[in-house]
Design a protein around this ligand. Structure first.
Ligand code: SAM
Length: 276
């Protein structure tokens, strides 16, 4: 078997040797290009001294890049048991630096695993649960998040929703939540052909870092308002926010009841939440 520059076998050979046919139900679109996985790992910034969480390592392309670039503690969470022997071989190649957790990332408490140590999340997320995972990490403990940055691959459309600002078609609950808690950016796009098998759409690597100061507001109330407002995004706010006080609530905070959800700034959403 040909060896890659990290001294481990080429990813395509690893996958073939283990008969790891990609499963759609697990959102398995693998990256075999170690230059690309190295680019993603580099874009996460310094890795040494951090616990790096990677969700869905699969055959380990990104995992290998993170380790090759000096990460001294990588914790991966993988649901597919077929990947475990592959990950064990990577762990052997980098003794004491890779911990493999078998399980569903939706049920794993990353904050508990970080145990107060500085952490980053770097992952090519399974698309079927990517948004839910992000929401879990954003809302786990907004006062004191366990992560210092998250560098995550999503479908491009999800990336656009994360970074969306008022007036954009992509602006919705996710944009308000991410905008309230983080500074978020799309770092670069990745075309479908970079993956095996290729997905139908372009992907984007998004980076989120927590805001040091953010508008005072209670998470549950903010979610309440955005859920109602964007639940009927084509309607005027006087109608969509009726169950929360409608026109009276809007006038109290000086918002024209004839406006629609997608025109409201973060400040205005927080003002509404605070007035509930
Ligand atoms: N990181 C690899 C890469 O870039 O080639 C694989 C990325 S692939 C898009 C997503 C990975 O997440 C797959 O390995 C899949 O088995 C795993 N996965 C899917 N659902 C998961 C879940 N709920 N918890 C943990 N891993 C999951």
């Amino acid at each position: 078997m040909a060896l890659a520059h990290d001294g481990l076998p080429a990813l395509r050979d690893v996958v073939a040797a283990h008969g790891l046919a990609p499963k759609k139900a697990l959102g398995q679109n693998f990256l075999f290009d170690l230059n690309l996985t190295a680019k993603i790992a580099r874009s996460a910034g310094p890795l040494e001294g951090f616990t790096i969480f990677e969700i869905g390592p699969g055959p380990g392309g990104l995992t290998r890049a993170l380790l090759a670039q000096g990460a001294d503690r990588v914790v991966v969470i993988e649901r597919d048991p077929r990947c475990l022997p592959i990950l064990a071989a990577i762990s052997e190649h980098y003794p004491g630096r890779l911990e493999v957790v078998e399980g569903d990332a939706l049920k794993v408490d990353l904050a508990a695993l970080a145990d107060g140590a500085p952490a980053k999340v770097v992952a090519n997320l399974p698309y079927n649960v990517g948004t839910q995972l992000l929401i879990n990490w954003l809302t786990a403990n907004p006062e004191n998040p366990f992560w210092q940055s998250m560098t995550l691959m999503f479908q491009k459309e999800v990336g656009q929703r994360i970074i969306a600002t008022p007036g954009s078609n992509h602006y919705g609950r996710l944009g308000v939540l991410a905008g309230w808690l983080t500074m978020a950016d799309i770092l670069f796009d990745v075309p479908p052909q970079a993956f095996t098998p290729p997905p139908k759409v372009t992907s984007s690597v998004v980076q989120l870092v927590p805001r040091t100061t953010r508008l005072p507001c209670e998470l549950s109330k903010l979610e309440h308002v955005t859920q109602a407002a964007f639940g009927q995004r084509r309607k005027m706010l006087r109608q969509s926010l009726k169950p929360l006080g409608g026109e009276a609530l809007l006038t109290k905070v000086g918002i024209d009841p004839a406006r629609r959800a997608e025109t409201l700034s973060l400040e205005e959403f927080c003002a509404l939440a605070n007035a509930l």
